[in-house]
Design a protein around this ligand. Structure first.
Ligand code: 13P
Length: 255
């Protein structure tokens, strides 16, 4: 299996943006713009409070809905948290796990990323697991070591057959929200390190089959070049996923 047979996934990560009413309006506008574009899966990962509106607005379209985080326990005394089963019951199909903003601001660790990943796939969700190095780690020459470590930690105890429900997003921390995009070659190399880690854990066929996205200032201008790379199977898009026109150009680049 190779890039031609892997699933390309273009996913927006809205972060802490959009009200429920804005969500409905956005998806109503986007749906006709991306209708019939089935060269990639199209996903919008939205804040918890927007999920109901998003799922409703996306009904009958080719847009799928994701969440931005999930707790790792099935239920219980975890005030403020949301379980994978709850998300599933709301019509959510994807969930972002281990985003660098959660690692940086909310105490996310490689261990909790792993627990959330297991909870998500065990509940039938597709996990979009984020990995990525800081600028300091890159400059010290640790990029490959770190990306492989984060990937392997995240996938610990994942069963080989569950890999079909896992997407890994390589998001260099220095490229997120900064307007500084990794070059297409840097993205390809980082995604390649992630794929190599999957191969070391699960073998060559699994590594060739797994979808690895790039994320970090992907936009309407640079998407085509990034997505042309052999190891880049889609994008996880922040800022540009908040504009229907820009997001549509990225979807078009993935066709
Ligand atoms: P930007 O596209 O805004 O840089 O965000 C990338 C990201 O963090 C997606 O998860």
């Amino acid at each position: 299996m190779n890039k031609a047979t892997r699933k390309t996934v273009i996913a927006g990560n809205w972060k802490m943006n959009m009200t429920p009413a804005e969500t409905t309006a956005f998806i109503n506008e986007l749906a006709p713009m991306v209708a019939g574009k089935d060269g990639c899966d199209i996903v919008l990962c939205v804040p918890f409070v927007d999920i109901a509106n998003a799922v409703e607005a996306a009904k009958g379209t080719n847009i799928k809905i994701g969440a931005e985080n999930v707790h790792f326990k099935e239920s219980g005394a975890y005030t403020g948290e949301i379980s994978a089963k709850m998300l599933n019951a709301c019509g959510v199909e994807y969930v972002v796990i281990g985003h660098s903003e959660r690692r940086q601001y909310f105490g996310e660790t490689d261990q909790t990323v792993n627990l959330r990943t297991l909870a998500a796939v065990n509940a039938g969700l597709t996990a979009i697991v984020c990995v990525g190095e800081t600028l300091e780690q890159r400059e010290l020459g640790y990029t490959e070591t770190l990306l492989k470590y984060q990937t392997k930690m995240a996938l610990t105890n994942v069963k080989p057959e569950q890999l079909a429900n896992i997407i890994i997003a390589y998001e260099p921390v220095w490229a997120i929200g900064t307007g500084v995009t990794a070059t297409a070659d840097q993205a390809d190399e980082g995604n390649g390190f992630v794929r190599a880690a999957v191969e070391e854990m699960f073998g060559k066929a699994a590594a060739e089959a797994v979808t690895v996205q790039y994320g970090g200032s992907m936009n309407a201008k640079n998407a085509a070049e990034l997505l042309s790379k052999v190891n880049v199977d889609g994008g996880l898009i922040g800022g540009a996923s908040l504009k229907t026109a820009d997001f549509t150009v990225i979807v078009d680049a993935a066709q």
